[in-house]
Design a protein around this ligand. Structure first.
Ligand SMILES: O=C[C@H](O)COP(=O)(O)O
Length: 255
């Protein structure tokens, strides 16, 4: 049985006062969420604040990116060991917004995964196709290529310490969610790709769905056999919405 994991990707949102009320609101609902992992991923500068707020609670904290480099002359970058140093546990890597807007290639994403693992972080590796790719029937080819780069750069055993997030780009921030059947099909495909290398890893890896997941559609998505949680954007900015999704995940494990 895989433990569901729900993570809030705050993206480029936050302010000291807003973060505090959001995290305290999430913490209020945490006691009802046994049996799942919950994390929030604020912008870099707010990590220490959020780590402090979440200290000694079950709420984990993650970053939204890291450098593939460990240190040196890379102005503006943040290294994986720095994230671990300030108390982050997860790091989102290869998000489609970074692939599309900041030129992150499959190769760079694979190098970032390596850096994150070396620092003891758990990467949340995002994969997913654009609308154009889906309509051209290229979903599986795209996801296969994105996964293959990370498998070839890090080895299949690395997936013991990786969470995968399937995020169809056309569903992100659009209000247009993949249907549970559409999402399940790609999640099963992802598991199948890993199974070609190692059946045990394929069975144990957790695969989140991301893309307009809300309290109203979370239960149907999370009921799918290969969907093990959610990577939540917009709905993670309101404690009640985020908790609604977390509760739907906790329900799948009988809480
Ligand atoms: O990382 C989160 C995803 O991009 C989903 O964002 P969304 O829930 O706003 O569609």
């Amino acid at each position: 049985m895989r433990k569901p994991i729900v993570a809030g990707n705050w993206k480029l949102n936050g302010a000291l006062a807003d973060n505090e009320s959001l995290v305290l609101g999430v913490l209020d609902g945490m006691p009802a969420l046994e049996g799942i992992d919950v994390a929030v991923c604020p912008p870099f500068v707010y990590l220490p604040q959020v780590v402090r707020l979440a200290e000694s609670t079950a709420l984990d904290v993650g970053a939204q990116n890291c450098s593939e480099h460990e240190n040196g002359a890379f102005t503006g970058e943040v290294a994986a060991p720095m994230l671990a140093d300030v108390g982050a546990r997860y790091v989102i890597l290869g998000h489609s917004e970074r692939r599309a807007m900041y030129g992150e290639t499959d190769q760079i994403v694979s190098e970032k995964v390596k850096a994150a693992l070396a620092a003891g972080l758990t990467p949340i590796l995002c994969v997913g196709e654009t609308l154009e790719e889906r309509e051209a029937d290229e979903t599986e080819a795209v996801v296969r290529r994105q996964l293959a780069a990370v498998i070839s750069g890090n080895g299949i055993q690395a997936f013991d310490r990786i969470v995968i997030a399937y995020e169809p780009v056309w569903a992100i921030g659009t209000g247009r969610t993949a249907s549970p059947e559409q999402a399940q099909a790609v999640h099963a495909f992802i598991r199948g790709q890993l199974a070609d290398h190692d059946a045990g890893i394929a069975q144990s890896v957790r695969i989140q769905y991301g893309g307009s997941m809300k309290p109203g559609n979370a239960a149907d998505l999370l009921a799918q056999p290969d969907i093990d949680g959610g990577l939540i954007g917009g709905a993670s900015l309101k404690a009640e919405d985020f908790l609604g999704i977390c509760r739907a995940a906790a329900d799948t494990v009988g809480n």
